[in-house]
Design a protein around this ligand. Structure first.
Ligand SMILES: NC(=O)c1ccc[n+]([C@@H]2O[C@H](COP(=O)([O-])OP(=O)(O)OC[C@H]3O[C@@H](n4cnc5c(N)ncnc54)[C@H](O)[C@@H]3O)[C@@H](O)[C@H]2O)c1
Ligand SMILES: [Zn+2]
Ligand SMILES: [Zn+2]
Length: 395
């Protein structure tokens, strides 16, 4: 089959690889109909390169049709239309019982000390082949799937595997009081959906980014937007001015480790990319994977006694956290990968025909697998109006 494979920093290719097949009784194989490129793939594309292997198949936002099932796949059947959550979880361990599916004790990657295995996500998360391909093997398939109704085209359900529940969890974790105000840092796909969800819940939403079309997309749906490029030095003050001097109840960081700013860490990331892996991987874990600008902004912006919710992924261990300010302002911090199936029952009622969250028109690009290399580049450069790319293996 054809698949999108990783070859080095900013080097992904489309290659022929062996077809996947059922290896365990709990495996299934799906024919992929839609698979998206995610902001998290951009971390693998560049800063997390030391954890990638040449030939790794990318892709964790997958949906399609079941073509093969093992003997222990529960009620999953050949022909079912499914979304596949990006985390592989068993559904019956202690963590899964708590609905902490990203911590599944059956699939935890113990040799790396990390949580549940993830599709297409580097050695840190089990080096499981991803779904930017014609077919995908799904381990723990008895639980790692969401059955979808027939009817609406793929677009409606294309974001259930990751970004829609991620945005939902981000808003839940932000703990906004009724009628309160949420600031969303970053208006990429996660921040955009989080803003839509927060508006739907009746909160006031202020969104911050520096890419003109992303600001415009959010503005068109009723978000008050702030252009970071006009407030590099005074973002906190600008937002305090908009919120009666006190600051917002909650801030959602939908940026993560590749924030605009902090040139010193950019230099370490680039340097690590030039070193042999045995040296660069430990350097990345302990030194500067992260550019922490967005988190620092969040700590400054949130009101005293407020909550910061991190959806953006961070990965390093060496950057200073301003404990004095966190403690003094009495800030709560919540974070983590999204526990996808925890939120699906809340989201499904919004995937109705009137499509209140705008899923059908969310993607800016729908292209064949062969265009993946170009789309990774454009998405990273935020060129050509790219916000969300769907790869369609059948095109
Ligand atoms: N927690 C999870 O389960 C989960 C799931 C998916 C993605 N993510 C993470 O969410 C983050 C966002 O993903 P995305 O797909 O929306 O990616 P993205 O890279 O397209 O979006 C990030 C946006 O932040 C903006 N930005 C950069 N620096 C900023 C700053 N200092 N202040 C405000 N905005 C800034 C960028 O212009 C961009 O529009 C990534 O870190 C991704 O890994 C987390
Ligand atoms: Zn994703
Ligand atoms: Zn489990």
């Amino acid at each position: 089959m054809k698949a999108v494979t990783w070859h080095g920093q900013r080097d992904v290719r489309v290659e022929e690889v062996p077809d996947p097949f059922v290896q365990e009784p709990t495996d299934a194989v799906i024919r992929v109909t839609t698979t998206n490129i995610c902001g998290s793939d951009l971390h693998l594309y560049e800063p997390l390169a030391p954890f990638m292997g040449v030939g790794n198949i990318l892709g964790h936002e997958n949906m399609g049709q079941v073509v093969e099932v093992g003997s222990e796949c529960g009620d999953l059947k050949v022909g079912d239309r499914v979304s596949i959550p990006f985390q592989i979880s068993c559904g019956h361990c202690w963590m899964c019982d708590q609905q902490l599916y990203t911590q599944c004790e059956t699939t935890q990657v113990r040799e790396q000390g990390t949580g549940a295995a993830l599709f297409g996500f580097s050695k840190l998360y089990g080096e499981v082949p991803g779904g930017q391909a014609e077919y995908l093997r799904v381990p723990q398939a008895q639980f790692t799937h969401i059955k979808l109704p027939e009817g609406p085209a793929d677009d409606r359900f294309a974001y259930l595997s990751d970004i829609l529940p991620t945005a939902w969890q981000g808003v839940e974790y932000a703990n906004v009081p009724d009628g309160g105000t949420l600031v969303v840092l970053g208006l990429g796909p996660i921040g955009d959906f989080a803003s839509r969800i927060a508006l739907h819940k009746g909160y006031r939403v202020i969104g911050v980014d520096l890419v003109p079309e992303r600001l415009e997309r959010a503005r068109a749906r009723g978000v008050e937007v702030v252009d970071l490029s006009e407030h590099e030095k005074d973002l906190g003050d600008a937002i305090r001015d908009m919120t009666g001097g006190r600051g917002p109840d909650s801030v959602l960081d939908a940026v993560g480790m590749e924030a605009h700013g902090s040139p010193a860490t950019t230099f370490i990331q680039k340097l690590a990319g030039l070193l042999p892996k045995a040296i660069s991987a430990p350097l990345m874990e302990t030194a500067g994977v992260d550019r922490m600008n967005a988190l620092y902004s969040a700590i400054d912006i949130v009101r005293r006694g407020g909550t910061i919710s991190l959806s953006g992924v961070y990965g390093g261990a060496a950057d200073p956290i301003p404990m004095l300010t966190l403690f003094d302002k009495q800030i709560q911090l919540r974070m983590g990968q999204c526990n996808i199936k925890r939120w699906v029952p809340d989201i499904m009622p919004l995937l109705t025909d009137d499509d209140p969250l705008g899923c059908d028109t969310f993607a800016t690009h729908r292209v064949p697998l062969s265009e993946a290399p170009e789309m990774y580049r454009k998405f990273q450069e935020k060129a050509d109006g790219v916000v969300k790319v769907q790869l369609k293996p059948e095109l």
